[in-house]
Structure formats: structure tokens, C-alpha cells
Design a protein around this ligand. Structure first.
Ligand SMILES: Cc1cc2nc3c(=O)[nH]c(=O)nc-3n(C[C@H](O)[C@H](O)[C@H](O)COP(=O)(O)OP(=O)(O)OC[C@H]3O[C@@H](n4cnc5c(N)ncnc54)[C@H](O)[C@@H]3O)c2cc1C
Length: 254
């Protein structure tokens, strides 16, 4: 007896979504020592993801398949971008770190409410903020920048330098080569337009020749760090990769 295999309307929609997005389930949510959460996601039936350290995923922080999301206007802020801290292909597991920035954005709310077993939908890994061949790598950023930096530092084979500025020691992520990096603590000062981070980069002793710099985090701080490297140190612009992650007053960056 033959069985009717024509997909139902729901099945068609599901298949379309599977082509465009990855589905997973939260395996674990762990409060970090500082202000963030580690989120382990086990992915569904895609064979494996194509991920390069430094790349990010766009997460559906609202369910775009429901009428309610569209009618309420939540769809305008349904996507937030998170760097992948680690991807274990053999366990089909992805780890994210989401900073609880104390605002009430959809991304922060999503991470606060996550529970093991909950479904998560996200786009395939993307982005060009990845390691380039270099005599050495320079990493500059804050808490959120530490997420791609962790993955990139694990993959880096050349010497590394860097400055990471966080609010308090508890906000440090467990970065490889931590002892080779300069750590700055800004306390209650804002991470936006951080003059202290730029000053710390200015104070770094670096080889005479430029390497490749990876600068991420708050948009204005990132621009100031690039200006320092290009205008004061004479680095070629193409040797400074910048990635603004957030800035005061702007909702989502990508
Ligand atoms: C390529 C890329 C990678 C990213 N990777 C990460 C990551 O790994 N982990 C992570 O936590 N975030 C990461 N972000 C930032 C993330 O996408 C969201 O912007 C962030 O979570 C805020 O989203 P939200 O919906 O909570 O707030 P939004 O509605 O987007 O923003 C509301 C306001 O909250 C404030 N705000 C937002 N972020 C911060 C912050 N970090 N510190 C202080 N105030 C803030 C700002 O004033 C902003 O105007 C990344 C962004 C990009 C573009």
C-alpha cells in the first residue's frame, strides 16, 4: 500500500525554515561568574555546521512564525547576533555567551528567560571577523568582544597581543593565552567611548611592524581604537578589522 507523502502546509513551512535556519534545543544555561550566561545549544538534524572561529549566528529571539509576533511589531526586533564561543561538531553542540547588559532589549530578555529543552532557531554561522595570516594578532575589546576572541585565540598559531577591558575581574571570560593579554577594569564607567581602553592600547609594547588587529565591542570605542592604530601607529587600515557589536541608543547592530 502506498502512503500519501505530500507534505502538509505546516510541513512545507517547516522544510523551508530548515533550509534557511538551524534548529536546536537549549542543553544548558549557566550563570557566569560575572554578568553573563553561557548557553549550550544542541543542534537538530543538520549534519554539521560550517563554522570558522570568530563567526557569529543570528538568533531568533522571538518566534517569527507566529501571527502574534508580526501583529505586535516584535518582528522588527526578532533577530539578535551572537558570536560563537565554541562549536563541537562531534557533539553537535554550540556554545554562546550572552552578556546581561541590564537594559531591557529583546536579546537580553531572551537569554534571561531561556531554559533547558527550549527550542532555539538561528541562521547558519556567518561573518568575516576571522583570523588572517599575520606575523602576530592583536585583540582589543570588552566583555562581548571576548566571545569571538576566545574562539580565535584557541585557533591562533601566531603570537598574540591584546587588551581586554571589562567592568570587574568576574566579567573576564576564560580566554586562552590570558596571561599574554593586558586586562583593564573600568568599574562603573561605561564601555561606550572608552578612553581608558584606547589609552591601554596606546601603552602596549608591540613589534615595530604591524600585525593584524581585531577590534570589537561598542561602536565608538572600536572607531577610536582603529583611529589610534592607523593615525598614531601608522598601521594600514586593512590591517585593522573592526566589528561594532552595540552602541548606546541603537537597537541591534545587524
Ligand atoms: C557580530 C556581532 C556579534 C555579537 N556577539 C555578541 C556576543 O557574543 N555576546 C553578546 O552578549 N552580545 C553580542 N553582540 C551584541 C548582541 O547582538 C545584541 O546587540 C546585544 O545582546 C543587545 O541586544 P538587546 O536586544 O538586549 O538590546 P538592544 O535592543 O539591541 O539594545 C538596547 C540598548 O541596550 C544597550 N546595550 C546593548 N548591548 C550592550 C552591552 N553589551 N553593554 C552595555 N549596554 C548595551 C544599548 O544602550 C542599546 O541601545 C554581538 C553583535 C554583533 C553585531
Amino acid at each position: 500500500m502506498s502512503v500519501e507523502t505530500r507534505p502538509t502546509r505546516r510541513g512545507v513551512r517547516g522544510r523551508l525554515l530548515d533550509l534557511m535556519f538551524v534548529r536546536g534545543r537549549v542543553r544548558e544555561v549557566r550563570r557566569a561568574e560575572g554578568r553573563g550566561r553561557w548557553i549550550g545549544i544542541r543542534i537538530g538534524d543538520v549534519p554539521s555546521l560550517d563554522w570558522t572561529p570568530g563567526q557569529q549566528v543570528r538568533v531568533h529571539v522571538a518566534d517569527i512564525t507566529t501571527t502574534r509576533t508580526w501583529l505586535s511589531g516584535a518582528v522588527r526586533h526578532a533577530l539578535r547576533t551572537y558570536s560563537v564561543w565554541d562549536y563541537d561538531a562531534s557533539a553537535a553542540e554550540l556554545e554562546l555567551y550572552v552578556l546581561d547588559h541590564e537594559g531591557d532589549g529583546p536579546g537580553a530578555r531572551w537569554a534571561r528567560a531561556l531554559e533547558p529543552g527550549q527550542a532555539v532557531v538561528f541562521g547558519k554561522p556567518e561573518g568575516r571577523f576571522t583570523l588572517r595570516p599575520a606575523a602576530y594578532h592583536l585583540f582589543v575589546g570588552e566583555e562581548t568582544a571576548s566571545v569571538p576572541f576566545g574562539a580565535m585565540l584557541r585557533a591562533a598559531r601566531d603570537p598574540v597581543h591584546g587588551v581586554i577591558e571589562v567592568a570587574r575581574p568576574g566579567d573576564r571570560l576564560p580566554l586562552p593565552e590570558a596571561e599574554r593579554l593586558t586586562w583593564r577594569y573600568r568599574g562603573d564607567a561605561s564601555a561606550a567611548s572608552s578612553a581608558s581602553l584606547v589609552a591601554a592600547v596606546r601603552g602596549l609594547e608591540l613589534p615595530a611592524e604591524p600585525g593584524i588587529a581585531y577590534v570589537a565591542g561598542e561602536a565608538r570605542t572600536v572607531q577610536s581604537v582603529r583611529a589610534h592604530l592607523v593615525d598614531e601607529r601608522g598601521w594600514p587600515r586593512r590591517s585593522v578589522l573592526v566589528k561594532p557589536f552595540w552602541t548606546p541608543g541603537k537597537r541591534g547592530m545587524e
